[in-house]
Design a protein around this ligand. Structure first.
Ligand SMILES: *Cc1c(COP(=O)(O)O)cnc(C)c1O
Length: 424
């Protein structure tokens, strides 16, 4: 199938799939199997030696996941994708697919709480140092890069301050120092923003959020743009013979596959030897989510904007941040800014928590990207492991309330907030 002429709405429904050739099932079947039969012993030998491509064992590949991976790669404009058990696993195995003990990465400091902790507390235990720099402070990024740096890591829209990363600014620096630009685009699904078009090399998604869209499964994915040259010797994982794969050098020995060396190494090392496999049932849930993603991101964006505008004019609200109000929105989010809104309640943390405890319709929950509207006080929950200084550095103040606006009617959402604000 040649997808070039189809638009995202069409690709979200069709990319990567034809009716099942054996049964003619129109929907993508869930292949609940651990392994796949070899036709003959020679067939098995050819698959293991990579002389023929095909399914071997479901830790590495599954036909349900294959459709999900092809569809995500197509929607993002990438060359290959690998789905894994969670967004957190996608991030961790992306870093360890690029950097090894003694290497460093440079990251923005406004990351998702779990990612910040992984970078700040876990990676250093394994000898990978992360240098955090304020988002869009390009002088600080350049100052943090040294001969051990192996990647630049950002989120398209930061959490919880919802500031938009200037991806093209980061891409320019990444190219100057020949480093891959890794972009977590969870807050901006490909119907709203496609980081590869702005110079990203690797795109990461937590599928658990808007792509799944209904708060029903955990999963993650990495998309390889196929636009990075890994043959630079500083990327030793790609240039030295791999002991785990009969001496293969991933940047040199894959033929046509060299351009997607990152994705191929991710599958043959991270999935095969470290095992963060996604369950096929979860992959099926994410395929259902993708089919309606274009419609849902439109509605999330419409509702998010309406709520942000309501709050901006409310006397009990000190300030509002919505990515659509950011000056970079015109460039990076022309089709809508999704449903995340944060705001400060006048009166500080106590009043913020009172609002959270009194609002109807919203659920108090540590999640985003559900069809249902969600609310949380991050300083006392999602970001409570951070010191107050680190909280402030990432834009988190005590009076901040975070909303993930769902797909309900916008008047009902706004009325619920209005009633709760009356009580504080
Ligand atoms: C949720 C989230 C993650 C982690 O994904 P999980 O699927 O929950 O492991 C990473 N980055 C961002 C921006 C997220 O919102």
């Amino acid at each position: 199938m040649d997808y070039k002429n189809y638009r995202l709405e069409t690709l979200a429904i069709h990319a990567g799939q034809v009716p099942d050739p054996t049964t003619q099932a129109r929907a993508v079947p869930v292949y609940r199997t651990t392994a796949y039969a070899f036709k003959t012993s020679q067939h098995g030998a050819d698959l293991f030696a990579l002389r023929e491509s095909g399914n071997i064992y479901a830790r590495l590949m599954n036909p349900t996941e294959d459709v999900l991976e092809q569809r995500l790669a197509t929607l993002e404009g990438g060359k290959a994708a690998v789905a894994v058990a969670s967004g957190t696993a996608a991030i961790y195995f992306t870093i360890t697919n690029i950097a090894r003990h003694g290497d460093e990465i440079v990251a923005a400091n406004n990351l998702y709480g779990g990612t910040f902790t992984q970078f700040d507390a876990i990676l250093p235990q394994q000898g990978i140092k992360v240098n955090f720099t304020p988002v869009n402070d390009f002088a600080a990024v350049e100052a943090a890069i040294n001969e051990r740096t192996r990647a630049i890591y950002i989120e398209t829209v930061g959490n919880p301050a919802l500031d938009i990363a200037d991806i093209e600014g980061y891409a320019k620096i990444a190219q100057k120092y020949h480093l891959p630009l890794v972009v977590d685009s969870t807050f901006t699904p490909p119907t709203l923003l496609r980081p590869i078009e702005h110079g990203a090399n690797i795109v990461i998604h937590s599928l658990s959020k808007w792509i799944g869209g209904h708060g029903t499964a955990i999963g993650g994915a990495v998309i390889d743009a196929g636009n990075f040259d890994w043959s630079d010797p500083k990327f030793s994982l790609y240039n030295e013979p791999d002991r785990g794969y009969h001496g293969l050098r991933f940047a040199h020995d894959l033929g046509d596959g060299n351009v997607i060396a990152f994705a191929l190494r991710f599958r043959t090392v991270a999935l095969r030897n470290q095992g963060p496999t996604l369950a096929p049932d979860a992959a099926w849930i994410f395929l259902q989510g993708l089919e309606s993603l274009p419609l849902r991101t439109l509605r999330h964006s419409e509702n998010g904007l309406a709520v942000a505008e309501f709050l901006k004019n409310h006397p009990k609200v000190a300030w509002v941040k919505y990515p659509g109000f950011d000056q970079l929105a015109e460039k990076y989010l022309p089709n809508g800014a999704n449903g995340m809104v944060v705001f400060g309640v006048k009166g500080g943390a106590a009043e913020a928590r009172k609002l959270v405890d009194n609002v109807e319709l919203f659920t108090i929950i540590a999640n985003v990207g559900d069809a249902k509207s969600l609310i949380i006080h991050p300083a006392s929950t999602t970001h409570s492991q951070l010191s107050e200084a680190d909280q402030l550095k990432s834009g988190l103040t005590p009076e901040l309330v975070r909303l993930s606006i769902g797909l309900e009617h916008k008047d009902d959402i706004i009325n619920a907030l209005d009633e709760a604000l009356k009580l504080i």
